[in-house]
Each structure stands twice: as C-alpha cells, then as structure tokens.
Write a protein that binds this ligand. Structure first.
Ligand SMILES: [Zn+2]
Length: 206
C-alpha cells in the first residue's frame, strides 16, 4: 500500500472510528490541520484504512468525477460525522457526558447505515455488510459508523483515551494489558513530551 504522505496515514487509533477521528492533526489546538481536503483524499484514506478495495476506490473516483457536487456533499457529511465521532469519544475519554447534538448526528448516520445493512454468513459467523450501498459515493461512511456504534456499545469505553501530548488531540483505544498507554505514539508525542519535561526540569531547578 502506498503511503498517504500525511500524518493521517498513522493508523494508531486501534479502532476504525478513532482512526477516522484522527484525520485532523492537532485537533485540540486553534490551528487544526485538516487532511480530508477533498473527496479524493477521503477515498484515498478509506482505501488506506482498508474500507475500500482498489476497484471500489477506482469506481468511486470515477463516479465522483461525473458528479462533483454530490462528491462535495459526501465530503461535508464525512466531516460532520467525523467531528461528531471525535467529540463523542473525546468526552468519553475525559469522563464527561456526551453531547446530545453529537449523538443526534451519529444517530442520523446510523439510520442511513442500517437502511443499507444486511447480515451475511461468513465461515462460522455472521457479519454486517453494507454492500447494497457499494456504488454510492458515501459507501465508506457505513463501516465507520458501525465501528463507532460497536465501540459505544462495548463495555470497554474506559480504554478510549486521548493522547496526552499537547495539542495533539488524537484518540486511541488502549489495548495494553495494564491500560498504561498515554500517547498516540511514543516516537512522536511521547518523546516530545519527555523532552519538554526534561527541559522544564533543567530550566526550573528546585
Ligand atoms: Zn499525540
């Protein structure tokens, strides 16, 4: 898989919905960096996150070429959905109540996702498929919605965390055994925070 050349290529969230929430860098700052700057980027990220196959990617891009207004609308919706997911899980990570407006947005997309959903058998289990909407420009949104619902309904919400690096803002699911993960990545925010503390200690000796 080719790289995206954006920091959104770092799928560090451990859950699809959280990786999607992380398609903005420095989400907690006054100058967030948006990675989904057009529909093509949304498709590119979706392929990278393995929501779309290569042929699906090609066919959605071709369709978007013929229907630029529809594609622009889908991008708007994707960002509305992403911000609702971000705000919901940021509140959860902080131990705060979730906002009813964010829940309403997720509910709106849940209704649409379920109108397309089908149960299909897969080896010895069953899976939810959104294949009915495969040819629609918004096809990538439904697995993301499903991921958000799965996580919200799980009993492991205490594992949803926000990176402690300021002003990173990225969300992740902490699957470490002792729930000790604190950073999006040690190489990035972890080291920066360590360096910051080290510098503070040196310049502020007690
Ligand atoms: Zn971080």
């Amino acid at each position: 898989m080719s790289k995206l050349n954006t920091s959104a290529e770092n799928l560090i969230g451990e859950r699809l919905c959280l990786d999607f929430a992380n398609t903005v860098s420095w989400h907690n700052s006054d100058t967030p960096k948006e990675w989904l700057i057009n529909y093509e980027k949304l498709v590119e990220w979706s392929r990278y996150a393995d929501i779309l196959s290569s042929p699906q990617q090609m066919s959605l891009l071709e369709k978007a070429n013929h229907h630029p207004d529809q594609a622009a609308k889908v991008l708007e919706e994707a960002i509305e959905l992403r911000e609702a997911i971000f705000c919901l899980f940021r509140s959860i990570a902080a131990g705060l109540e979730t906002d009813s407006l964010d829940r309403a947005i997720l509910n709106k997309y849940l209704t649409r996702a379920y109108s397309l959903a089908e149960i299909i058998p897969e080896e010895s289990t069953y899976t939810l498929s959104f294949q009915k909407g495969e040819n629609e420009l918004d096809y990538m949104l439904w697995p993301i919605v499903q991921s958000a619902i799965d996580l919200l309904l799980s009993e492991k919400l205490d594992r949803v965390k926000q990176c402690e690096g300021e002003p990173c803002g990225w969300l992740f699911y902490d699957s470490s055994r002792n729930k000790s993960r604190r950073w999006c990545s040690m190489a990035d925010c972890g080291n920066r925070e360590k360096a910051r503390r080290h510098y503070k200690k040196k310049s502020d000796p007690k």
